[in-house]
Design a protein around this ligand. Structure first.
Ligand code: MN
Ligand code: MN
Length: 302
């Protein structure tokens, strides 16, 4: 006899509902004049107030930065008129993650870029069911974007999600690809088209800033201070990403920064550099998390 434990679907649905509500509030708000520190902290606070836990530091990536920028402690960079701001947020319950993103444009010239990312996502959601091939999703996204006169970012993709793991091994491309896998029932996937201008490179490169971290090994360092810090990180974040901001209630900022640097060198911690459009062109993103079913797409972050 097989007993299925389907509790995890409830966790996904709850996380999705919270993520959706917080994303829509972020879409409606006017972020101009606010610092990235204020934006990240207020969105993370809202996730908690709604009963969720942030699955990773809120990403606030502006203009040519496509992804992976989160606020430094007391980050004073301000969102200005003319900026295109991507807000990417994650919510988890018991490690089951809802991952979603929205782009807000404060330059009317880029509204169609934002709309193109949203449309490409909708087109992909329409075909993403159990057994759909990842290459079909990539093709759909690529065609949708190119039809609108823009291009996809080829080396950014959606991904499978697993408990306490955001990028769980399977990539959902934003272009047609040769290799392919089929979507499974009762599995979670994030679909996230990134769009740039026709004269963009259509690929991202790593920038010099890296302010999102995650534990990759719990191997003891044999230094008590380092091991204590590593244990603190594990207790709090497990294998999920974190920011320096998320450690400063317990540790002095300078101390924390130094220890993280050492743990990076020892390969206990990995850092994720910001990802920048190859020709420094503006990037827009849209993202939902889905759990495919046989006849429909269950979009948990809708
Ligand atoms: Mn995301
Ligand atoms: Mn994602």
């Amino acid at each position: 006899m097989v007993i299925l434990n389907l509790d995890f679907l409830e966790y996904y649905k709850n996380a999705g509902k919270i993520a959706s509500r917080v994303r829509e509030n972020a879409r409606r708000k006017d972020h101009r004049g606010k610092t990235l520190f204020e934006i990240c902290e207020s969105i993370e606070r809202e996730i908690r107030e709604n009963g969720g836990i942030p699955a990773f530091p809120v990403n606030t990536s502006i203009n040519e930065i496509a992804a992976h920028y989160t606020a430094e402690p007391d980050d004073q960079r301000v969102v200005n008129d003319g900026d295109v701001l991507k807000i990417d947020l994650g919510v988890h319950q018991q490690g089951f993650i809802a991952d979603t993103a929205v782009t807000v444009s404060y330059d009317p010239n880029y509204e169609s870029l934002v709309q193109t990312a949203e449309n490409a996502l909708s087109d992909a959601l329409r075909i993403a069911k159990v057994d759909t091939k990842s290459s079909e999703i990539g093709k759909t996204i690529e065609n949708s974007i190119k039809r609108s006169g823009f291009i996809p970012i080829q080396n950014l993709s959606g991904h499978s999600l697993e408990q306490y793991t955001i990028h769980a091994g399977k990539s959902i491309p934003n272009i047609w690809t040769v290799g392919s896998f089929q979507l499974l029932a009762n599995h979670a996937y994030a679909i996230e088209p990134f769009v740039t201008l026709k004269n963009g490179a259509g690929i991202v490169r790593e920038g010099s800033i890296a302010n999102i971290f995650a534990i990759i090994s719990r191997k003891p360092t044999k230094d008590k201070e380092l091991d204590d810090f590593l244990n603190f990180l594990w207790e709090r974040f497990k294998s999920l990403p974190f920011a320096l901001r998320w450690t400063t209630d317990r540790y002095d900022e300078k101390y924390s920064r130094e220890i993280i640097e050492i743990l990076k060198k020892k390969k206990n911690i990995h850092s994720y550099p910001i990802l920048v459009e190859g020709n420094d062109k503006i990037v827009a993103q849209a993202e939902h998390t889905i759990i495919p079913e046989s006849k429909l797409t269950n979009v948990i972050t809708m």
